[in-house]
Design a binder for this molecule. Structure first.
Ligand SMILES: Cc1cc2nc3c(=O)[nH]c(=O)nc-3n(C[C@H](O)[C@H](O)[C@H](O)COP(=O)(O)OP(=O)(O)OC[C@H]3O[C@@H](n4cnc5c(N)ncnc54)[C@H](O)[C@@H]3O)c2cc1C
Length: 401
């Protein structure tokens, strides 16, 4: 196989495929290699709806080969190390590939092991997580069969993909239990490492009302450190009034857990990682998406240190910026296209009602539609459930949107 490419892309997920497709449309004949170990590609945003019984898990998985853009070469391997001084990567198989431009997009790593006991109990003992393709359907089993008691939903203190997902499923669960007539017998706790329910105040106001209406007990600045499925207890750390860290526990009858996340280990230990970022993300200019030290390296998606919300929606705005800047650098020009930190978080507040939160680096609302998007709507629910999945498979991965 050819081992030299004009553009080499690491990761054929949402970001990698979007960029590959757009690049080949903008410049035909460009030699593009995509290193991607997985036979399957996942539409992860629908896993929240899977956990709520509103989406078939099988419809979130498709064959990677059907989405590799025509003309791009799929290298079915995983990158192990980067040698940016030699414009080279080395894969797990030992194969080496060189490039003119490298685009880094291997997503994020889910650190299940950083919550003690979680891996052992996940998918059983009434502990679930929508952050896994295999486990998300179990969330629906738990919600559907819940008969009342204590339900705990956790959110870590690290950045995660889709910051809204830990509480989206909580609102849907409450609504389901209300309709079933058992919400009064449910004590719902949100144990969150964040300091607030949502970082953009215009949208936070809507969610604060949903929290109040559902009588949810919120614990902010509360970092879950252990989950014991057998004794059905979570342990979390929180600062007291004197600023000292204290340990607290909660017993549960069901728990939806979201573990801490970080850059994939092979990124963390690579020369591409931001040395100042403890979670090891790729060091880029947050506007041009160009690497801060290697001008022929770009990164996008969940793996970067850009301080945006890590979502597919963000990638939709990052991809054209990366494409334009890559083509400029190939033509010996400076990158000028800029990403402004746009991200979107579609938050269902009940079945059939969704608030589409859109914002940028400054946490200023950036609403697409000519109505107040802080108000949950049926039309936005339809967007999330039907239109966005269709757009993803048919327009976004094919580089048309
Ligand atoms: C429960 C949940 C709900 C979400 N909800 C939303 C939502 O409502 N809206 C939204 O916009 N986003 C949502 N997201 C986030 C969205 O799915 C991610 O932000 C997006 O998939 C990130 O794209 P990516 O290309 O960076 O990573 P991914 O799509 O995860 O792709 C990374 C790819 O890199 C590959 N890879 C890994 N290691 C290597 C290696 N060593 N070498 C080569 N390739 C490698 C992987 O196999 C994978 O295919 C949600 C995510 C989850 C889990």
């Amino acid at each position: 196989m050819n081992n030299q490419f004009e553009v080499l892309i690491v990761g054929g997920g949402n970001a990698g495929l979007s960029v590959a497709a757009q690049l080949s449309q903008k410049k035909s004949g460009l030699s593009i290699g995509i290193v991607e170990p997985s036979e399957k590609h996942y539409y992860q945003p629908a896993w929240t709806l899977v956990g709520a019984g509103e989406f078939n898990i099988a419809d979130t998985e498709k064959n990677e080969k059907d989405y590799i853009p025509a003309g791009s070469i799929w290298i079915k391997d995983a990158v192990a190390t980067f040698e940016p001084e030699q414009n080279q990567v080395t894969c797990k198989s030992g194969a080496k590939y060189t490039y003119k431009i490298l685009i880094v997009a291997p997503g994020i790593q889910i650190d299940w092991q950083n919550i003690k006991g979680l891996s052992d109990t996940l998918g059983k003992n009434e502990v679930s997580s929508n952050y896994s393709f295999e486990i998300a359907p179990y969330t629906w089993e738990l919600i559907k069969n819940f008969k009342g008691g204590v339900a705990v939903f956790t959110n870590p203190s690290t950045a995660i993909k889709c910051g809204g997902a830990p509480h989206k499923i909580m609102y849907l669960a409450c609504d389901y239990w209300r309709k079933k007539g058992i919400l009064e017998q449910c004590e719902v706790h949100y144990v969150s490492g964040a300091g607030v329910i949502f970082g953009v105040k215009e949208y936070a106001q809507t969610l604060e009302k949903v929290v109040a209406d559902n009588h949810i007990f919120t614990h902010f600045g509360a970092n879950t450190v252990a989950i014991d499925g057998k004794s059905k207890t979570i342990l979390y750390e929180q600062k007291n009034a004197n600023g000292e860290i204290v340990h607290k526990s909660l017993s549960f009858d069901m728990c939806h857990a979201v573990p801490p996340q970080s850059a994939p280990d092979f990124i963390k230990k690579s020369p591409l990682a931001d040395p100042k970022n403890t979670l090891g993300y790729v060091e880029i200019n947050k506007n041009t998406m160009q690497h801060s030290r290697y001008p022929n390296v770009f990164a996008l998606g969940d793996c970067t240190n850009a301080p945006c919300s890590k979502t597919g929606a963000a990638i939709r705005k990052q991809a054209p910026v990366v494409v334009e800047n890559v083509l400029r650098v190939l033509a010996q020009q400076q990158p000028t296209a800029e990403y402004t930190g746009y991200s979107a978080c579609p938050i269902p507040t009940q079945y059939g009602k969704l608030m589409l939160a859109e914002f940028d680096y400054s946490n200023t609302p950036k609403m697409t539609f000519p109505f107040d998007q802080a108000k949950p709507r049926w039309s936005m629910w339809l967007l999330k459930k039907y239109i966005l999945p269709w757009l993803y498979w048919n327009r976004i991965l094919t580089g048309k949107a």
